[in-house]
Design a protein. Structure first.
Length: 276
C-alpha cells in the first residue's frame, strides 16, 4: 500500500466518523485501514478533534475499555443552535402559514433535509446521556425528525401507526384520547419491534395538550419499555398543563390569530438555556 499522508488520513477519518455519528471505531480499524501504527492513529485523532472543535463542527470522544475506540458526536454549539431556532421561529411566524382552524403550516420545514438534520442534532444532544435503545414516533410528520435523532444517537427508529399494516406482523394496539379534540384513536406497534426492558426516546413534530405523546407512553408500558425522554419540534404555550411532563421542545407557539393575521413563535426555554 502506498504510504498515506497524515492530512489524507485525518480527512478520511473525519469523513468516516461523521458519516456514522455515535458509532465507536477502534484504533485497530483505522490502523489496518491506513497501514499506520496505533500510536500514529491516536495522534491523528487528537488533531482531528482539535480541528472539529476549532471550527465548531462537532467533537470526537475517546471511549476506553475493551470495546473502546473513538466516535463522532454532532455537538450543536449554543450560539449556532439559538441562531438556527431563531431563524426557524421567524419563518414560522409568517402569517401566510396560517391555515383554517388556527393551524400552522410546517410541512416544508419538516421535509427539508438540512433543516431536519439540524433539528435532530439539537434534540439528540439533549437526550444523549439518557442512553435510549431506540427512537419512537407516531406517523407521519414526526418521522423525518425522529429519523435524524436516531441517526445522531446511532439507534433504530420505530413508528407507531394508527392503521395496522399486514406487512408488520402481529401488533399491540391501544386506544388513547387525543389531547385537543378529545377523540378516541388507536395506535399500534409490531410485537417484534422492541424488546422488554429497553429504553425509548419519544420524538414528535407537534404537541398541544400531549394526548398523542401520552398514548405513546402507554404503548411503551404495554411492552415493559422505559421512556428515557420526550422531545418535539414545537409545543403550544396553552394549555400550560400538559398530559405529559418534561417534554423538551425546540419552539413554543404562543398564539395564532386568524383575524389579525399574527403568529407568535418563540425559542423554547430549553434552547435559551443552552446559552446559559
Amino acid at each position: 500500500m502506498q504510504k498515506i499522508k497524515r492530512s489524507e488520513r485525518i480527512g478520511a477519518m473525519i469523513k468516516i466518523l461523521s458519516d456514522m455519528p455515535n458509532r465507536i471505531y477502534t484504533l485497530n480499524h483505522f490502523s489496518e485501514l491506513f497501514g499506520a501504527a496505533k500510536s500514529t492513529i491516536s495522534e491523528d485523532i487528537d488533531i482531528a478533534h482539535a480541528v472539529l472543535e476549532e471550527f465548531r463542527l462537532g467533537s470526537l470522544e475517546t471511549v476506553t475499555g475493551a470495546a473502546g475506540g473513538v466516535r463522532y458526536l454532532p455537538t450543536p454549539y449554543p450560539e449556532a443552535a439559538r441562531r438556527f431556532v431563531d431563524e426557524m421561529c421567524l419563518r414560522l411566524s409568517d402569517p401566510e402559514r396560517i391555515l383554517a382552524g388556527g393551524y400552522l403550516y410546517m410541512l416544508d420545514e419538516l421535509s427539508h433535509p438540512v433543516k431536519v438534520a439540524r433539528m435532530g442534532e439539537i434534540l439528540a444532544h439533549w437526550f444523549r446521556d439518557t442512553r435510549p435503545d431506540f427512537v419512537v414516533t407516531v406517523e407521519t410528520k414526526g418521522i423525518p425528525v425522529a429519523l435524524m435523532v436516531a441517526r445522531c444517537l446511532n439507534v433504530p427508529m420505530i413508528t407507531a401507526r394508527r392503521d395496522v399494516r399486514i406487512s408488520e406482523g402481529s401488533v399491540v394496539t391501544i386506544n388513547y384520547v387525543t389531547g385537543s379534540a378529545h377523540k378516541i384513536q388507536s395506535m399500534s406497534l409490531p410485537k417484534r419491534a422492541v424488546v422488554e426492558g429497553q429504553r425509548a426516546l419519544i420524538i414528535d413534530d407537534f404537541m398541544k395538550r400531549g394526548g398523542t405523546l401520552r398514548g405513546v407512553v402507554d404503548l411503551m408500558r404495554e411492552f415493559s419499555v422505559t421512556v428515557a425522554g420526550m422531545g418535539v419540534v414545537m409545543t403550544t404555550a396553552e394549555p400550560d398543563r400538559k398530559l405529559v411532563d418534561n417534554c423538551h421542545a425546540l419552539m413554543v407557539l404562543h398564539g395564532v390569530d386568524e383575524t389579525s393575521r399574527k403568529v407568535d413563535v418563540r425559542p423554547s426555554r430549553y434552547v435559551r438555556g443552552m446559552e446559559a
